[in-house]
Ligand binder design. Structure first.
Ligand code: HEM
Length: 103
């Protein structure tokens, strides 16, 4: 869980933020080969998953029409996440998609 920085306002002072992302650059196999600022050629910044239910299409270039398609596109550094998704039984997969659909 990420936290806000120190603030004199107690409402914002080191509060947990449920972004469901690390906000870091990763190569998950979806990159376009264009290096930009701190991002190497195939790195993309991990988007916050909060508000996911309001966004379509998904991924930085809009190639994924659904959450399942976005997960299926994960490779390289995130290959394990995709493999984990494949390993879920039908009920667990539905529960994960329902959770993601609630964000
Ligand atoms: C259960 C595990 C995971 C789930 C359910 C998941 C889900 C998603 C979804 C739905 C998106 C699309 C978001 C959008 O376009 O607004 C996304 C994008 C992304 N995820 Fe994951 N993810 C998982 C694991 C990971 C891991 C382990 C990494 C990094 C090591 C990662 C890195 C990224 C990156 C960099 C993007 C943006 C890719 C692009 O826009 O081309 N994800 N993820």
């Amino acid at each position: 869980m990420l936290h806000t920085g120190p603030s004199t306002n107690p409402l914002f002072d080191r509060r947990p933020v449920a972004l469901y992302a690390d906000l870091l650059l990763h190569d998950v196999g979806t990159g376009d080969g264009i290096a930009q600022a701190a991002a190497a050629a195939n790195e993309v910044r991990t988007p916050a998953l909060w508000g996911l239910r309001f966004r379509r299409p998904l991924l930085h270039d809009g190639r994924a029409p659904t959450v399942t398609a976005a997960i299926e596109a994960h490779a390289e550094e995130a290959a394990l996440a995709r493999a984990g998704f494949h390993a879920l039984d039908q009920a667990s997969r539905a529960a994960l998609l329902a959770f993601l659909g609630s964000l």
